[in-house]
Each structure stands twice: as C-alpha cells, then as structure tokens.
Write a protein that binds this ligand. Structure first.
Ligand SMILES: C[S@@+](CC[C@H](N)C(=O)[O-])C[C@H]1O[C@@H](n2cnc3c(N)ncnc32)[C@H](O)[C@@H]1O
Length: 492
C-alpha cells in the first residue's frame, strides 16, 4: 500500500472515531476530539506494532502473553520464552526470522540482547515481513506510522549518540541486513526513547515495552485529560474527565507526583521538550511553591504542626509557613545524613531470605523520614510503598493495612482524584480489611476502588470483573454479619 493512501486511510480511521490530527507549532502532531468524550470512555486503542517482554536474569516472561508461569525457552535461539504452543505459534511468523538471526550471534553476546535491542530487531523484521506480505499491512499497523514518529536526533547529546551507536552495532550484528545503516538504527533508538511505552498490567506493574505509533501521536500534559492503560498488550486511551469537542487529548508520560522542576527535568531529559502545560505554567506561583514544598520538602519542627517549610532568607534553615518556627540547617542536615546511612544498608530488592531484616531496616528509615520530611513527601511515600509490599510478601496483614492506610491520604493529595493508583491502593486496603474481618470497612474501600478504577480501567476486563465480584461477596458478608448481630440483639 502507498504511503499516501495509508495516510488517507488513517485520517478516515480517526474521523470515524471522532478524532483528528493537527500540527501545533510548539508540539508537532497533536490529537484532537471532534465530539465530547466522557470520563471512562475509550478514545483510542491499538495493538503494538512491535513489543518485547521485560525479561531479566531474575524473571522471564512469555513473548506472546507476558505471563511468567510454565515457561519454556525457544529451543532454537535460547533467548525467547513461551508459556505454550499457542503463544509460540502466534509469534512464529516474526520469531522464525528473529530466531535465525539470534542463532548467528555468539552465545555470550546473547546476554546483551535486552528488551530494547529485541524491540529494534523486531522493528526491522516486521517491516520486512510486511513488505513481503507475510504479515498484512493495515491502516494502524504499518511501518509508515513508525517513520512519522519524532526522533529529536539533532538534539541528543554525544554521550547518548555514542550509546545508540553501540546498540545499533549489536542490532546490525544480529540482523546482518546490508540495506540498513547504523545511523538509521540509531535514529530509531532515539524514536523509541520518546515514543515507546512501558506495557503495564492492570495493577500498573511494568511487563514489557511496545511501540504504538497511533497512541504516540498523543502529547503530554502534567494534568492530562486522558490516561493510557493496557488490556493484555493492547494500549487503551480513556478519558479521565469531560473532554469537550475540539480539545487536545493529552496523557502523562511521567510520574506526575513531583514538583514542577522535577517534572520538567525528566520531560526535558527523555522527551526533549519544555512543558508549558497549565500546571507547569503556574511555576513560581504560591500554589506551585506550596505543592513543591509539600512533595519534596521538610516537616515543621513542631510535631503537631502541618505547615510546609520554605528556605529562610538568612540561610539559617527552613521556616514553617504556618507557625513561622525555624528549623535549623544543622538539624535537617543531621537527619538527612542519618537517613542516608541507613538507606545505604537497605537492599533495593530484598531476597526471600533477608526480607525480615529488610523490613526492620525500612522501618528505621521510615521513622527517620517521618521526622525529616513533610507527611505528603514523595520520598516518605516511596518508603511506605516498599514496606507495604514487603509486609504483604511476608503475610503480615495487620501491619500492611496500617501502612496502606497511611499511603491512601498521601495519594489523594499528590494525585488527581481519578488517578488509578488511588483506586488500586483502595483495592489493596479493601482486601486487607476483608482478610482481617473488617468487612464493612472493606466494602467501603472496595466501592471507592471500583468508582475510581472504572474510569481508568473500564468495567469489562477480567481484573475489573474480579474487583466487582469481590465487592459483591464482601457486601453479602457484611449484610450477613449485620443480620447475625441483629439476631443476637433480639435474643437478648
Ligand atoms: C510521543 S511524541 C507525541 C507526538 C508528537 N507531537 C509528534 O509530532 O509525533 C512525543 C514528542 O512530542 C512532543 N511533545 C509532547 N508533548 C508535548 C508538550 N506538552 N509540549 C511540547 N511538545 C510536546 C515532544 O517533542 C515529544 O518528544
């Protein structure tokens, strides 16, 4: 199919979905709505053009479905894993070429075949098998869409270019295609950096990476009106607020819980643009200053005060903006150094054997951070997330619930009300409460989880059906308990 007819098809495809693409001077291609979209409505979905699971030496995933159980290595290349013959068959049209190419690579070099390298190898192989008509070329699944992606090639620094060149060398070694040059591969790596998406499961845990060239038309905002989630490997963009006709659709490329400076730094580093969204345009205004101080600043010296601290103009320390108490530089420095000392001993991912020791260390870190940081601090929140995960792993449900309940209000402050992380945290809280016999509280938490997650996740996936079933079961148990209580009361 000609590139021009593919473009006309794409415009028709988008028009049918009440969408259009415009070129904005500051942003390049941008996706617009041609009708109103309501919260929870699907705006766009797309299968990956190419994808690869996040396989590491610690954990492998099936190349077809990204699941982790019952895996067997491909007997040919010994690099790729499958959970069974159906996934293997589905992937074979592409993998047969990849397998042959990987087999040519010396065994030791196969360890360097990271998910990103595989993504690049698959990109060229898919282009070829589509050109040879082994796989069909469709409106939303074609190499022309990849060619249209921004690369920012002229703006990347030398260090990054060198890294891309080294990675391109490995890809070249694997593919051995005389027709592609290293610069072309390096440019595609640069495209991956600002266009590829991490494919996450329903609980937002990364499973792999993929290229979704249609979804890649959508620009970023730090207060987006849409969200990108995944149903299996399909990218689904849903509205998270009312999006009126003729509005730009935006998603967030980054973790939005951070100060304007932190967000802008990570957008500049990876996506090479200066964000001028409504939230970023507030930089330096009182609300923005307060937000930064809450998310990344220290707590008041008075334990009962919830004020946020700003640097004292005389450089003596930090002054609480509520009670005006000064917290000395020395005290902050000492606590920060104590946190650092303990943190250096704490393993980032503790093994099963040292989990109890790791929990004890993280509890010490948390106690010190509570003294140092504001209660809405991101750093403190991350420590509590780690603790929650470890406590769940060792089935310490009561303590896990305590941390979960500390995290929820922080999420509600640092994320917008419809953010799925708040819903997921309520889901965890509900499950823990139920497990601990607090059925009525569980019902209330599960309802909150459902109300938030139905917007980002829809209602028809297996994950949401499971949540809904749990909620019904908890409701039934709660009313049975109430009935029993009433009975006992009547008997007396
Ligand atoms: C995934 S692409 C989005 C589509 C892109 N506009 C295009 O023309 O293909 C990411 C790139 O779009 C641009 N971009 C995305 N969001 C932006 C924003 N809020 N402001 C300015 N540029 C933005 C940046 O160049 C970024 O590297």
């Amino acid at each position: 199919m000609e590139a021009s007819s593919l473009m006309a098809d794409l415009q028709r495809f988008l028009r049918d979905r009440c969408l259009s693409v415009s070129n904005l001077p500051q942003k390049g291609r941008s996706l617009f709505t041609t009708r109103d979209f309501h919260p929870g409505e699907v705006i766009l979905n797309q299968e990956p053009y190419i994808c690869a699971p996040n396989n590491t030496s610690l954990e492998s995933r099936c190349d077809g479905c990204f699941k982790t159980n019952n895996l067997k290595k491909c007997s040919g290349c010994q690099v790729v894993w499958y959970c069974g013959s159906s996934c293997q068959k589905l992937e074979w049209k592409l993998h047969r070429h990849e397998c042959k190419a990987l087999c040519r690579l010396e065994k030791e070099k196969r360890n360097y075949v990271t998910p990103t390298i595989r993504l690049m190898v698959k990109l060229y192989l898919k282009r070829n098998v589509q050109n040879e008509k082994v796989l069909p070329i469709t409106t939303t699944d074609n190499y022309s869409l990849v060619e249209a992606l921004v690369s920012h090639m002229s703006e990347i620094d030398e260090k990054q270019l060198l890294l891309y060149a080294q990675m391109a060398n490995l890809v070249n070694l694997i593919l051995q295609f005389p027709s592609i040059d290293l610069r072309d591969i390096a440019e595609n790596f640069s495209k991956f950096s600002c266009n590829a998406h991490s494919i996450c499961d329903s609980e937002l845990r990364p499973q792999g990476i993929g290229l979704f060239p249609l979804v890649s038309i959508i620009n970023h905002s730090c207060s987006p009106n849409a969200i990108l989630v995944f149903e299996e490997k399909v990218a689904v963009v849903r509205a998270i607020e009312n999006i009126p006709k003729d509005s730009e659709v935006t998603i967030s490329y980054i973790e939005t819980a951070g100060s304007t400076l932190t967000r802008q730094k990570s957008l500049k580093e990876q996506y090479l643009f200066h964000c001028q969204c409504a939230r970023c345009n507030n930089v330096g205004k009182p609300h923005d200053i307060e937000e930064s101080a809450l998310l990344e600043g220290y707590r008041c010296a008075n334990e009962n005060c919830t004020g946020f601290l700003l640097r004292d103009p005389d450089e003596k320390g930090f002054v609480c903006q509520k009670c005006m108490l000064l917290r000395s530089k020395e005290e902050v420095k000492k606590l920060a150094s104590d946190v650092k000392t303990v943190s250096e001993k704490a393993p980032a991912s503790p093994s099963a054997e040292n989990k109890e020791a790791a929990i004890a260390l993280y509890k010490t870190i948390e106690k010190l951070q509570v003294k140092l940081y504001h209660s809405f601090s991101i750093t403190l929140m991350r420590t509590r997330e780690k603790l929650l995960k470890m406590l769940m792993d060792v089935e310490s449900w009561k303590e896990a619930l305590n941390y979960c309940r500390l995290i929820v209000p922080v999420y509600q402050t640092v994320y917008p009300a419809t953010h799925p992380l708040i819903g997921l945290q309520f889901y965890t809280q509900g499950k823990l409460e139920w497990l601990l016999g607090k059925t009525e509280e569980a019902v209330s938490s599960l309802i909150k989880a459902f109300e938030i997650l139905r917007i980002s996740h829809g209602t028809s996936t297996a994950f949401m059906k499971e949540l809904s079933a749990k909620l019904e079961e908890a409701r039934a148990e709660a009313s049975y308990k109430l009935f029993e209580l009433k009975d006992a009361f009547d008997d007396n």
